[in-house]
Design a protein around this ligand. Sequence first.
Ligand code: F3S
Length: 401
Amino acid sequence: MYLTKEEEQILNGEVGETLKQAIEILVALGDIYGADRLIPIKSAQIAGVSYKTIGDAGLEWISDLQGRVKVPAILNPAGMDLEDWERLGISPDFAEKQKLIIQAYEKLGIRCECTCTPYTLEGFNVSYGDHLAWSESSAVSYANSVLGARTNREGGPSALSAALLGKTANYGFHLDENRFPELSIDVEYPLKGSDYGALGYVAGKLAGSRVPVFHLRTTPDADELKALGAAMAASGAVALYHVEGTTPEICRLDFEEPAERITIERKQLDEVYESLRKACKEPELITVGCPHCSASELEKAAGLLKGKTVSKEFWVFTSRELAKRYPEYIRTIEKSGAKVVCDTCMVVSPATNSYSCVMVNSGKALAYVPGMCGAEAVYGSMEACVEEAVGGTLKKAGGSH
Ligand code: F3S
C-alpha cells in the first residue's frame, strides 16, 4: 500500500504513539483488503461506546489515546441515557464506567452525542459521493444506500483510527466496482411501514453480504428505507443496497441485472409477524426507535399515544438533538406514561436484560434482542406496539396498517 512521506512518518512513530497505532490499524486493514492508499474522509461515526459491549478493556484502550480527531466524529448509542440514567434502572457502577468512556472520547474531540442516526443532526451533513468511516451497521447502510456516500462497515477501533487521521484505507465500498448489484430481489405486492423491516429481516438472510437491488411495487420513504437497511444489516451483513427508481446511485449506474434473481413472497413477511409472536405471547416491554426515531416517527408515536395511557413499559429511543428539537412530541409521548430515552437503545443498554419478552417494530432489534439482551422478541408495526402498550393482547401485530 502506498503511503505518503507524512504517513510514513506517522507509521514510524515520529508523530506520537496514538497516531502510530491508528495508522497501523488502517494499514493492516488496507493490506488485508488490497487497498492502494489512504483517502481523506469527511466524517467518522464510532461504535464501541456502551460499557455493556466494550467493558473495562475497551475503556482502558480509549483512555490511553492522545490527540484530537481531524474530522467531525460522533458516537454510537451508549449504554444509558447520559442525562437521566436512573430512569431505566441502570446501576451506579455501570453509570460511572459509562461516564468515563464518554469523557475519554470527549477528550479526543469527538462530538459526544450518541446516536445511530447521525445523518439527522445539524452540522453532520453527508453528500452524495462523500467518503466516510462509519461503524454502526444501520448508519453504514443508510449512508451508502440512501445518501449515496461511501463507507465500509468499520469496527469501533478502525473508525476511531480513521477519525484521528482524517483518512481511511481505499477498499471495499469506497471503490466503484464493489457498488454494483449482485442479487435482484422482486417484491410483487405493496408494502407499508413495518413491512419494510420484515422484508429486510428476510432479505438479509438471503443476501448475506452481497449488494441487492430491489424491484418494489411501492416507493419507500426515508424511514422505511432506514428500517429496510437496518434489518438487512442485522439478519445478514448487507452494507449497501439499491431500490430501483428510489435510491440515488442506482439511477446513475449503468448496470446489468444480476444473474441471480429471487422473489420474496408476502407469506414470508407474514411469517416474521406470526412465527415470532409464538416466541412469547405477553410482552412486558415495548420499544420503538431502532434505529433512533426520526422527527416523523416521533410525530407518529405522539399521534398514536395522544390521550392514551400505557399500561406496560414503553420506551421510545431517539437522539438527544431531535428530542430537544421537538419538545411537543416528547411531552405528548410522556404524558401517556411512555418514556422517551436518548443516547442509548434497547440493544446496547443493560436495562432490557431484565425483561423476558420484548415487542419491537424493528427488524434489527428483532435480530439482536434475543442474543444481546437474553429476551424473546416479538415483531409488530408502531401501531401494534402502541396498541399492545395501552392494553392490547397482540391480536394485531401485523404491519400493513
Ligand atoms: Fe441503533 Fe441500537 Fe438499533 S444502535 S440501529 S437503535 S440496535
